[in-house]
Design a protein around this ligand. Structure first.
Ligand SMILES: *Cc1c(COP(=O)(O)O)cnc(C)c1O
Length: 436
């Protein structure tokens, strides 16, 4: 049986800031973003055209906790606290002595963790008088989340959706339309950068990097518009820490602490969300043995095969340069179904932690991940998002290791979203048509 879901449990009233712990215990922080033209650290003024002041402040703050505005807390009650479940049937199927727990973010109205930051970002923008948000989306989860958040705060939303996903996931487009957003396949001819990408390669499947260029361009050239990013930036990772804070409390009630925390990693926000509250204890010396594992696709292996250097966040070189593990901002990843993991880089915070060997990384093929998702669905009933299936592939590998070593390892992973809008991908897998 799964453990009890306690809906009466309070949701956190503040976000936890990992930079506070890095500064206090490591006396070191990730290197700052640089202006793409001057190569000097970017000042708050340069960001003000795209982001509200409060988010620019959250990008660099060193306070331990950032209070969650009451209006945002109220909206979180739509789906939080999210359940923490023990995957007992999966443990049995795997024949492992390990105890496997997962935090299930798929219960959010949009089906993933992305709403956690979308609500906060929409709120701060609205408070500063912004009337429209632009963004990019890969598989469509971030676009759906921002579309709903904008609707709830009565703002317009314009989404550039990576072309390969636009074709693969037509229902996500419907979801965004239903929430009132405008959706354009990227690259498009609506922007200068999109037109340039098409000139270079008229058949391109698009990438998150290209879609970011288009969304930033529209925000920068439209009165009353700002840009919102669904991962990578410090403030996004900060907002997601409500996942790990809740999980910590929920596990405490079961009297367990995790030995290993696992999350799939595109830009790094859901991994940060589940792991930072536990990493804070590792940094402060309370939990030295804790392991954290970032899991990425072999098709876009930024941590496991990339270089740690300054690189652009988008393909046209419009965003600040960020110090991160990257496979190159002009890299166009194969059109794998885990669209949310098709990003050429990683967040500066996750990259820094990996560089400092405070977290580990692993990569799996698409075939391995869909196979893991199938095992999980048949054991626990939940159909995972293709992104989340990467975390499950690593869980299965950790469970096998625990079996070999005869250890009752406590594994915690983040099931970042459900895959009920990814059935086309699952159908292809079942028909044996997935490239590996
Ligand atoms: C977007 C997304 C991801 C990848 O983004 P991160 O910032 O790395 O979390 C993973 N899982 C789901 C379900 C997503 O929607």
């Amino acid at each position: 049986m799964n453990i009890q879901i306690n809906h009466k449990q309070e949701i956190p009233d503040s976000y936890l800031n990992i930079s506070y712990y890095l500064n206090k215990y490591l006396h070191e922080l990730p290197e700052p973003p640089l202006d793409p033209k001057t190569k000097q650290p970017i000042g708050p003024d340069a960001l003000a055209r795209l982001f509200p002041q409060e988010l620019i402040r959250q990008e660099v703050t060193l306070e331990e906790f950032v209070p969650i505005p009451e209006e945002v807390q109220e909206l979180y009650k739509m789906y939080r606290p999210t359940p923490l479940l023990r995957a007992r049937r999966l443990e049995k199927v795997l024949g492992t002595p390990a105890r496997i727990y997962f935090k299930y973010e798929g219960v959010s109205p949009v089906g993933s963790h992305k709403l956690n930051t979308a609500l906060a970002q929409a709120y701060y923008n609205k408070k500063e008088g912004v009337r429209m948000l632009t963004t990019e989306t890969g598989a469509g989860q971030w676009g759906s989340a921002l579309a709903l958040a904008c609707k709830l705060f009565d703002m317009k939303c314009k989404v550039f959706m990576v072309k390969s996903s636009y074709a693969q996931k037509p229902y996500r487009k419907t979801v965004m339309h239903l929430y009132g957003a405008e959706v354009t396949a990227s690259p498009s001819r609506e922007t200068k950068s999109g037109t340039a990408f098409l000139l270079k390669d008229s058949k391109t499947t698009g990438s998150l990097g290209m879609a970011i260029s288009e969304a930033v361009e529209v925000a920068a050239t439209t009165e009353g518009a700002h840009y919102a990013l669904g991962s990578v930036l410090n403030h996004v990772l900060l907002h997601q820490t409500i996942i790990g804070q809740e999980a910590k409390l929920q596990l405490m009630k079961e009297d367990v602490v995790p030995d290993v925390v696992i999350g799939c990693c595109g830009g790094g926000s859901n991994l940060a969300g589940i792991s930072f509250p536990f990493l804070a204890d590792k940094l402060s010396g309370k939990r030295n043995a804790l392991r954290v594992v970032a899991v990425e696709p072999k098709a876009c292996p930024s941590l496991t095969c990339g270089e740690y250097r300054y690189d652009s966040g988008d393909s046209a070189g419009m965003t600040p340069l960020m110090k991160m593990y990257t496979v190159g901002s002009d890299f166009v990843p194969p059109a794998i179904h885990a669209g949310g993991l098709r990003y050429h880089g990683d967040s500066p915070l996750i990259s820094f932690l990996y560089h400092k060997k405070l977290i580990e990384a692993a990569a799996f093929s698409q075939q391995q991940c869909f196979r893991a998702a199938e095992i999980f669905a048949q054991a626990e009933g939940i159909i995972p998002a293709p992104e989340s299936s990467h975390a499950i592939a690593q869980v299965i590998s950790e469970a096998a290791r625990a079996k070999k070593e005869g250890k009752r390892t406590v594994i915690l992973f983040n099931l970042s979203g459900h895959g009920l809008l990814d059935l086309g991908a699952y159908e292809e897998f079942l028909q044996g048509g997935l490239y590996t």
